[in-house]
Design a protein around this ligand. Structure first.
Ligand SMILES: C[S@@+](CC[C@H](N)C(=O)[O-])C[C@H]1O[C@@H](n2cnc3c(N)ncnc32)[C@H](O)[C@@H]1O
Length: 369
């Protein structure tokens, strides 16, 4: 399992006699928040000038380095549950009004902290995080959110905001990272392990692929797909509680996935499906890390069944990390709904002590009569 930098206390500025320093309290935990990283890791802590957000979004790796105001290292030690990070105190140029604090694993001599998702082998054990912009000319505190920045194949960037609390829906889960790697491999012919899914992607050059994601959380998988496939239509769905974080991510997706359509709607598996959800034929249903709670599986499978009944040619891509034995019920319920596994693959993510974590991917579809 990978580990995520989390802000227990978001960055804040201290100003003493005109010298500015920034501090934050971080932790490094799993997606579930049930374990702290039990390995020493060298961390890179960067204060980055984002006074002009327009310029910031267009920075190349060379100009990015120029925007780094402070670049410090810090050490996370095995056995820790939290770490206070404080930057050096420096005089800040008056032209700098807003900064962000980025914390991530130090990887070789590189200054970039972006997480490489172009290939499973390149994913680091620790996923870096960026704070929201905050002022440096006065005492201030960053908003309680954290941004993840990923590099996808073809060097495109994926930016996703999470909330800092422990809420299940409002942060990213490991299976989402594996799902994105699988979708990329499927989209680029090379290492594809899902040829049926690939032919769906190929067919979309003629017609716009219609995609719906269930339990999309922050929207990372659906948004990544919208960026990868030009001109697809992705409806992200979840409970109403993700509204704010989703809106933030969809706003970024509007330029990053400008050719595709992305939207959010509330869809609670426990409630009757609105008729308009099934009005237009769906090609692909995405489900990432939604099988962890056995109690909600009957409702989830019922929604999948309804969607595929309305669009019999639809396929369902399920990405799952087994956390309990009880998740096996999902497969029994899918079988009862005549949804069979058409294709499957396993993706590895790094785990401590050079071990590997397994994420399973299944493509389900209706059994041919
Ligand atoms: C573990 S999170 C996975 C989020 C995201 N797919 C990812 O992989 O990062 C499970 C998601 O399922 C959603 N969920 C749980 N029960 C639900 C329900 N009854 N109806 C709709 N969504 C639900 C949660 O709100 C949460 O966003």
């Amino acid at each position: 399992m990978v580990y995520y930098i989390r802000f227990l206390k978001t960055p804040r500025t201290q100003i003493v006699k005109g010298f500015v320093s920034v501090s934050a309290l971080i932790s490094i935990t799993t997606d579930l928040g049930d374990a702290f990283l039990a390995e020493d890791v060298e961390l890179q802590v960067q204060l980055i000038d984002v006074s002009d957000p327009e310029t910031e979004s267009k920075l190349t790796s060379k100009s990015k380095s120029a925007a780094i105001v402070i670049d410090n290292t810090n050490k996370w030690e095995a056995g820790k549950r939290e770490l206070k990070i404080s930057t050096n105190s420096i005089k800040i140029d008056k032209k700098i009004s807003k900064v962000v604090l980025a914390v991530g694993p130090k990887i070789g001599g590189s200054t970039t902290l972006d997480t490489d998702l172009s290939d499973a082998k390149r994913v680091p054990l620790v996923i870096a995080g960026w704070s929201a912009p905050f002022a440096v000319a006065q005492h201030s505190e960053a908003e309680k959110v954290i941004e993840r920045r990923f590099v996808l194949q073809n060097d495109t960037r994926l930016r996703i905001w999470e909330e800092t609390g422990n809420n299940i829906a409002r942060h990213i889960w490991d299976a989402a990272l594996a799902a994105i790697i699988c979708l990329q491999d499927t989209n680029t012919s090379g290492k594809c392990s899902m040829p049926r899914l690939q032919s769906r992607f190929r067919a979309q050059s003629k017609e716009q692929l219609q995609v719906i994601e269930l339990g999309s959380g922050c929207g990372i998988v659906g948004i990544a797909l919208a960026q990868m496939l030009f001109r697809c239509s992705v409806t992200l769905t979840d409970l109403a509680e993700v509204n704010d974080i989703m809106e933030r991510n969809l706003q970024i997706a509007q330029s990053a996935a400008a050719e595709s359509e992305t939207r959010f709607r509330v869809l609670d598996w426990e409630e009757e499906l609105d008729a308009d959800v099934t009005e237009k034929p769906i090609d692909l249903v995405l489900v990432s890390d939604c099988t962890y709670n056995a109690d909600s599986l009957p409702a989830l499978v019922q929604v999948l069944d309804r969607l595929v009944q309305a669009s019999p040619a639809a396929v369902v891509l399920v990405s799952l990390k087994r956390r309990h034995e009880s998740e096996a019920v999902f497969f029994d319920l899918m079988r009862q709904s005549a949804l069979v596994v058409l294709e499957e693959s396993v993706h590895s993510l790094p785990a401590p002590y050079s071990e590997q974590d397994r994420i399973e991917m299944y493509l389900f579809g209706r059994q041919a009569d």
